[in-house]
Design a protein. Sequence first.
Length: 202
Amino acid sequence: MTLVVGLTGGIASGKSTVSKLFKDAGIPVIDTDTIARRLLEKDKEIYQDILDFFGEDVLTPAKEINRNKIAQIIFYDEEKRLKLNKIVHPKVKDTVFLKIDNLKAEGHTLIVVDVPLLFEAKFDAFMDKTIVVYARKKDQISRLVSREGIDEDYAKAKIKAQIPLSQKKEKADFVIDNSKNILETRKAFDKLLRTLKDLSDS
């Protein structure tokens, strides 16, 4: 059988690190953030849908959609965030399902789908198993401040805007604790990978 696994986490929890570990192990990873980014390109139909709703203020001088500007808008406006999700998420899901079918046809028995909003977008309903990459809130804050050059209050607000990692842990089938160091994360990953391969071979 083919096991399709949803991978998620919280902002700055280390999901990208675990995603790379899967890729390095030769496991195909479908990155929904990359898919969403491509769907916003000028030659895609969603491009015009975004402009119709947000207006041309969200464009860069090169007439490309400024994702950071949209992120700032929807961060403070839930109605606009829900509308954006309604525009983008169905197309992302269609693309993901097509990629899964293609990978199954190629004979892959383990496929990982990297979804930042796995539970928020109800994407977990389509996964055989789910993984949450966990980090302590204080680590998320320090990583965000360092990575994005924002102040601590804004970092806390960005974290608060997501489902708490403690709740995601309860929903997930597996948890990788990324609160320690990369060696411990790698050990936890290797153990989980063996489990997932066993499940996909059964």
